[in-house]
Design a protein around this ligand. Structure first.
Ligand code: GLV
Ligand code: MN
Ligand code: MN
Length: 417
C-alpha cells in the first residue's frame, strides 16, 4: 500500500498570497473582475504553477483555464477539480482561489510522487463565477454545461456598458465560439470543488470540514424603475414621479417576503443606483439587483412571483415604469452522494472532523452537477465572514481539505499503486 499523500501548507499559503496581490482595490480587499488586467496576471501565475506541476495548460473558448494530466487509460472521462478565480467587488482572498489552489496542490503532490491515475485529471480555474463584473455569474461552468447562449454575451454588460462579448474579444477570445467550451455528457467522470464555507457553522462547532449535500436555488434579477427627474425644490410632493420611492418599497418588500417564506429563504437587494443622482433632483431612474435563495424551490418561486406582482402594483401606485432582466435562475441542487461518501471515508482515515451540510452560496459545482457527478467540500471561515476584505481561512484548514480531496481523487480516477 502507498504511504498517505499529504498536501503542504506552506505552498498553499504562497499561492493564496501570490494571487491576493492581483487586485484592483489594494487596501480594500480583492477586486478581480473577469477579463481585466488583474484576471490576466492571475492567469499567468496559475499557468506557471500548473506548468511547474507538469500539467499541459489550455484556455477554453469561454476563458476557463485548465491544466491537464493524462491518464493511463486512453479516451477515459476526466476527473476535474478546482474552483473560480474571479472575485466580488472588495471581497476576500479565499473565495474561489482556495479551490484553485487545492487543484494546484493536488497536481504538485501527484507530480512529485510520480502517481499516475487511469483516468485523466483536469485542474480548473474558472471565470466569472461571481458575476461581479457582468451580473448573474457561474459563467465558466455554465459555458461548460451548455447553459450559456451566445446572445447572453451581448446582453450582459458591466457598469461601463461593456458587453461580455466585447470583454472576451479584448482578451483574445472569440465570443462566437463560446459553444466550443461545452463538455459533452460522459466526457467527465466527476467535478470536485473545495471552497471556504463563507458562514459560521464549521468554526462555531469546532469542525475541520463540511461536506455539502445540497446547494440552495438562486434567482437573480436586474430591475430598472423609470420615473421622472424634476427640480427637488420646485416640484410639489404630489406632482412627482419618484423612482426611488418604488425602489425603497421594493427593498422592504423583498426582506419581508423572504422572512415570511421561512425555512432559511433569503432575499437581498445588494446593489442600487439612483439617477441622475443629485441632492436637488427628484430621482428619475433607479437600477437595482435582487437575489433570492432557498433550498425549497416552491418557497423560492413564491418570493420571486410575489415580487413580480408587487412591481406591477408599484407601477400603478407611483406612476413609474418597471422593466426586469433575468440574470440567473438555478434550482436547488443535490450533489453526488458517492463523492460525499468518499470525503467521509478519507476524513475518517485522517482523523479530521466534519459534518454534512447545505450551502447557501452558489458554486460552480451546482452547475457542473448537471453534466457529471459533483462534490463540494467546505473549509471553515473565520467569524463566518465572506464577500468582504476580512474573509479568512487558516492555511492549515485548507491543507486538511486538500488531503481529503487527494484520497478522493485517487479513488475516483483509479490510481494504481
Ligand atoms: C457566490 O458567491 C454567490 O453565492 O453568489
Ligand atoms: Mn463568492
Ligand atoms: Mn466562490
Amino acid at each position: 500500500m502507498r504511504d498517505m499523500l499529504e498536501a503542504k501548507t506552506e505552498r498553499i499559503r504562497k499561492d493564496i498570497e501570490a494571487m491576493a496581490q492581483f487586485t484592483a482595490s489594494p487596501g480594500g480587499g480583492m477586486t478581480r473582475f473577469s477579463f481585466s488586467g488583474e484576471d490576466r496576471k492571475t492567469r499567468e501565475y496559475i499557468t506557471s504553477q500548473m506548468e511547474a506541476a507538469g500539467l499541459t495548460v489550455r484556455r477554453d473558448a469561454a476563458g476557463n483555464l485548465f491544466g491537464r494530466r493524462e491518464g493511463k487509460r486512453r479516451g477515459a472521462p476526466a476527473v476535474m477539480l478546482g474552483s473560480h478565480f474571479d472575485s466580488v467587488k472588495n471581497g476576500g482572498a479565499f473565495d474561489g482561489p482556495a479551490g484553485v489552489v487545492m487543484g494546484l496542490e493536488v497536481a504538485r503532490v501527484l507530480h512529485e510522487n510520480g502517481i499516475w491515475t487511469n483516468l485523466p485529471l483536469e485542474f480548473a480555474a474558472l471565470v466569472e463565477e461571481e458575476g461581479g463584473r457582468f451580473g448573474g455569474g457561474l459563467y465558466g461552468s455554465r459555458a461548460m454545461a451548455g447553459l450559456l447562449s451566445r446572445e447572453s454575451l451581448d446582453i450582459f454588460r458591466d457598469r461601463d456598458g461593456i458587453s461580455m462579448a466585447r470583454a472576451m474579444k479584448e482578451s483574445g477570445l472569440d465570443p462566437d465560439r463560446v459553444g466550443e467550451a461545452v463538455r459533452p455528457k460522459g466526457s467527465l467522470r466527476a467535478f470536485i470543488e473545495l471552497h471556504i464555507e463563507q458562514g459560521p457553522i464549521l468554526e462555531s462547532e469546532g469542525l475541520d470540514l463540511g461536506f455539502v449535500k445540497t446547494i440552495v436555488g438562486i434567482t437573480q434579477r436586474e430591475v430598472e424603475i423609470i420615473g421622472r427627474a424634476d427640480h427637488a425644490g420646485t416640484t410639489p410632493m404630489d406632482m412627482r414621479c419618484n423612482a426611488l420611492l418604488a425602489a425603497s418599497e421594493a427593498a422592504l418588500f423583498i426582506d419581508r417576503a423572504a422572512r415570511e417564506a421561512g425555512e432559511g429563504t433569503v432575499g437581498t437587494i445588494g446593489r442600487m443606483e439612483v439617477y441622475p443622482g443629485g441632492s436637488n433632483i427628484v430621482p428619475g431612474k433607479v437600477f437595482f439587483t435582487i437575489d433570492v435563495r432557498s433550498a425549497d424551490i416552491e418557497r423560492l418561486e413564491r418570493v420571486v412571483n410575489t415580487f413580480g406582482s408587487f412591481l406591477k402594483d408599484m407601477e400603478k401606485k407611483h406612476g413609474v415604469t418597471v422593466s426586469v432582466k433575468d440574470k440567473l435562475t438555478v434550482p436547488p441542487v443535490d450533489l453526488c452522494l458517492e463523492i460525499l461518501g468518499l470525503f467521509e471515508e478519507e476524513a475518517g482515515k485522517l482523523g479530521y472532523s466534519a459534518k454534512v451540510m447545505q450551502s447557501g452560496a452558489g458554486h460552480d459545482a451546482m452547475i457542473m452537477a448537471s453534466i457529471t457527478d459533483a462534490g463540494l467540500l467546505f473549509v471553515p471561515s473565520r467569524g463566518g465572514r465572506s464577500h468582504c476584505p476580512e474573509e479568512w481561512t487558516d492555511y492549515e484548514q485548507i491543507k486538511k481539505g486538500v488531503d481529503v480531496i487527494i484520497g478522493t481523487v485517487l479513488a475516483l480516477a483509479e490510481a494504481s499503486s
